[in-house]
Ligand binder design. Sequence first.
Ligand code: PEP
Ligand code: MG
Length: 883
Amino acid sequence: TKWVYTFGDGKAEGEAAMRNLLGGKGANLAEMSNLGLPVPPGFTITTEVCTYFYDHDRTYPPELEDAVNAALAEVGGIAGRAFGDAKNPLLVSVRSGARASMPGMMDTVLNLGLNDATVDALAQDAGDDRFAYDSYRRFITMYSNVVLGLEHHDFEDALEAYKDRKGYELDTDLSAADWKSLIERFKAIVQEKLGAPFPQDPKDQLWGAIGAVFGSWMNPRANKYRELHQIPASWGTAVNVQAMVFGNMGDTSATGVAFTRNPSTGDSRLYGEFLVNAQGEDVVAGIRTPQDITEAARVESGADKPSMETVMPQAYAELVAICGKLEGHYRDMQDLEFTIEKGKLWMLQTRNGKRTARAALKIACDLVEEGVISEQEAVGRVEPQALDQLLHPTIDPKAERDLLASGLPASPGAASGEIVFTSEAAEAVKKVGRKCILVRVETSPEDIHGMHAAEAILTTRGGMTSHAAVVARGMGKPCVSGAGSIRVDAKAKTLTVAGRTLGEGDIVTVDGGAGQVLVGAVPMLEPELSGDFAKLMTWADRVRRLRVRANAETPLDARTARNFGAEGIGLCRTEHMFFEGDRIVAVREMILADDAEGRRAALAKLLPMQRADFVELFTIMKGLPVTIRLLDPPLHEFLPHTDEELEEVARSIGAPAEKLKRRAAELSEANPMLGFRGVRLAVAYPEIAEMQARAIFEAAVKAASDTGSPVTPEVMVPLVMTKPELDLVKGRIDAMAKAVMTETGATFAYQVGTMIELPRAALRAGEIAQSAEFFSFGTNDLTQTTLGISRDDAASFLGPYVQKGLIEFDPFVTLDQEGVGELVAMAAERGRATRPDIKLGICGEHGGDPASIRFCEGLGLDYVSCSPYRVPIARLAAAQAAL
Ligand code: PEP
Ligand code: MG
């Protein structure tokens, strides 16, 4: 096995296509080398070594050491230096690089190879003692933290104490001699804490760092990130060892990050930030506020620090050329890291840039326009889930803005919530069902869980590429970063700006698109769905085979669904209509009635209301299919909760409240979800199903005559387990259809079908299909009954299952393809064997989940049905599944 791949000097052993083996960073460094771009030479230790490492008790393949030595020699040859050489040392960085980008989650060591001897060589090389000793002390701090497990503050405290003693205020006040004596102190700290000296042998340093990077694959932060982003632990990380270049060798050196297009808006201009005389992580860390790369951006932002275009015109021109070359090569927007060492530009990374949904849309559409990619490719370029960001509200432009502070528009969208200052508080607030805004000076990877819990993020420090900004964009949450006028007092739990003080619990609104923080909750507007969005959706619809319907029962839902492009209603849960207005009183009358006659009297009141509902739905859907489900939930869900409610019903029926109370008690069940619900209601109380069927058919006649286009209702029976059960109810429905036709003199087509949401129904689908003209997979109940997990109580124990890796995803969100999916597949096959033209759909929550939609496409189902806001996501996911 080849464990190590070298790159540099215009060639490489790897290439971009080897991402699984070399990780994203390693594969792209190889690719850039092959393209002849200026890349510091280095080598990548493969992800297979990581797998080996964890399979073999954290040890390495025996051949690895020789391979690394050979690679070091090759890199040294290109750089004209030798690793460990006291006169002309090769210094390296050691970084992680997984298949999927996991920003900031794993460990990095810079300046490796420095020791008491090589530090002098570096000083001579750079012509700058102070720089060399500063680099050495940074290395000792970083290495001790990442590899040796010491705390940052062990060293920071020593530094502060030293500054106090000397009367210094800033780090920049320290001279070379100061750093030199601090280094002695730092080494002594290591000796004290660990009982062993700081390693002086560069080889020891290197293996320590390699072990730490592989080890960091399993650190809690990385584990959490993988869990949130559904990255399997089995992928492993690669380790990249690369010759150091220094962005902190004075004012002709710099380090920066750039995007070939704006990652927030998609605007097709080079976009980025850099810092003069700074090293590696300084830009991303957000400690110093960086400068713009282009002069145009500087002018736009009104920043007073000059742009890179102005201060380093030559390196800038080269960077622009490289951006064009890389974008053309990868055919997508790139996210680059670069360093300028004494005027010379070096590329440290390129990858397809993360972007907001809005940017993803615009970039995909622009690339089609520019002739770079096809319409079909564009469809594949936008992550369906990301559309969520575009479907959510923005601040009403007419709303009054009580501006608290301004910062950078780091991630678009708007959200309101109460202020919290810690991630723990964010999680606590979210847990009790309230909304919060996480306010931090800056965020770090430890804040991921809090960022997830918050509606939006606000930081007072850091740029557009700070941790907060990058992570918020990835999560699709609004973020304002670098709102520098805000002072956060973490202890007092307050923030102060321009004389105003707000505390924990006070409501603010974050407008991530404008970079503003507003006091109070501000009115929001529904999103705009024209332009690029409409364009991409049209392209998606061209390749998609699956139809997309919506789960909707109110006229508002139905209209929203139509606006989002739903092609009908796949599930109208009629029980939701029973809660509208004061209908609930009539519903309660029906439930609490003693006998069929009492029920009929109450149903007679409900009939005109249901009929009117259905007329409205049919009219909005203008001839598109509408599936209406008969009453499903356990009756006790409708029971009065208070004495007052009970008395209201008693008055309406003219029966004593006491009697109703008794009847209500009779209806209570130990296990209602497996109780008196679904088709069982229609079996026991046929008059309910008859009323609903009459309402549906009379509405179909009326809507057809109103609109002039025929309506073909689909009547759906829930929770069926046997064919005779369905037959019984179907007989009543058919009889009602006939009656309505006779009474109205109109004819209409209709279908009767069933939900498949019990394992028995899936197993007996062949038989059930003799009666059912369509199946709709109710995967919520089917998951509940197949896994034996209550859908209402799963939250308390499913979390640990996901964390411990016992299951990969929440089965109520993403279909359990192996278990529940097998039942769906079997039922589809058996249903088709009986009735080749049987219509098959899915209407559980999974109908809006991209991975589950892909599965449905694989089974050749006819449609998916999901909540209205997920319809565009489903359209795009269905298109991608068909590509
Ligand atoms: C289902 O069970 O998947 C379904 C769609 O029905 P409900 O969620 O209403 O039980
Ligand atoms: Mg159900």
